[in-house]
Design a protein around this ligand. Structure first.
Ligand code: GRG
Length: 295
């Protein structure tokens, strides 16, 4: 069931992304090609799925969440391109293919990431892509800017880079991941629900609690996969966390405890959205998928 929903969401978001990533001038063909390469290269589209499922959970139609889903994925793609750069994680493999700075060059990868970030806000704010009322669009822009910026993902990345080789407590690790990966996952759900233009405060609060738990579960599972899954299934180098001397959940609490923790977080996520006024079936399936995925 989740596979069919996943395919439907992927097709929707990919068609918007293809439209957004059309080169505007022949002179910019290489830049647009690098941006297209960075986005349309086999990502799982977990964040768009969350946006669509949250919109539907509060009674919205999928089409209303197209802009939210694609804006979030553009931010996510930019973060991966920059994260892979030599100045950061210096990775040469992403989604089973050479990273953008390897396929193009470093300057082009930096600009592609910058361009993707700006395009995300263009998609969200322009009536051409986002059918929501102007006030809702403004709120969506604000929420995404906060989630992606120094008090969200960028801040989490800064904490991560500053933690290499240091001993982190479980609460330090959680703080870092709530910013680095969790903030964008929360924004995906929140923007999807906002796009419906009919979410109540209580529904938004429940969805926020769900995405906080699922965001952390996603990261715990990511750390587990780095230990137990081979490079060809992962699409990135197995053991890269250990290689980069990164603090991880399996390192901190042991592999079995980390697996148990991911399941606990999933259960807490599901409990948060188990209420009569939410149509939560897809969000529940997604929670299961996030902790049971193999890449
Ligand atoms: C460079 C500003 C800046 C931020 C980078 C998100 C991030 C911050 C770095 C990514 C590092 C990383 C691999 C984190 C683990 C969790 C994560 C975001 C995994 C990749 O997301 P998936 O599994 O990837 O959704 P796909 O390829 O499926 O889209």
């Amino acid at each position: 069931m989740i596979q069919a929903y996943q395919k439907c969401c992927q097709e929707r978001v990919d068609s918007v992304l293809t439209r957004v990533l059309q080169a505007k001038q022949p002179k910019l063909a290489r830049l647009y090609e690098a941006m297209y390469y960075s986005v349309m290269n086999g990502g799982k589209r977990v964040r768009p799925l969350l946006a669509y499922a949250a919109c539907e959970a509060v009674g919205g139609a999928m089409a209303q969440a197209d802009a939210a889903a694609s804006a979030i994925e553009l931010i996510h793609a930019y973060s991966l391109v920059h994260d892979d750069l030599p100045a950061m994680d210096d990775d040469d493999l992403r989604r089973g293919k050479p990273t953008t700075h390897i396929a193009y060059d470093e300057a082009c990868a930096i600009l592609a990431g910058d361009g993707l970030q700006s395009l995300a806000f263009e998609v969200l704010s322009s009536a051409e892509f986002n059918p929501c009322q102007a006030q809702t669009r403004l709120n969506m822009v604000l929420q995404l800017a906060q989630a992606a910026g120094p008090n969200g993902m960028v801040g989490g990345q800064a904490i991560d880079l500053g933690s290499v080789g240091k001993h982190l407590t479980p609460s330090d690790l959680e703080h870092m991941h709530r910013h680095k990966t969790g903030a964008l996952i929360c924004a995906a759900t929140y923007l999807g629900a906002l796009a419906s233009e009919k979410a109540s405060r209580q529904q938004l609060e429940s969805l926020h609690a769900y995405s906080q738990h699922i965001g952390l579960a996603f990261q715990v599972q990511d750390d587990i996969l780095d230990v137990i899954t081979d490079t060809s299934t992962l699409g990135k180098r197995q053991g890269s966390d250990i290689e980069h001397n990164k603090p991880t959940y399996p390192a901190l609490m042991g592999l079995d405890n980390a697996k148990e923790y991911a399941q606990e977080l999933k259960q807490q996520a599901i409990s948060a959205i188990t209420r009569d006024d939410l149509n939560a079936a897809h969000l529940i399936d997604l929670a299961e998928y996030i902790v049971n995925r193999n890449h």
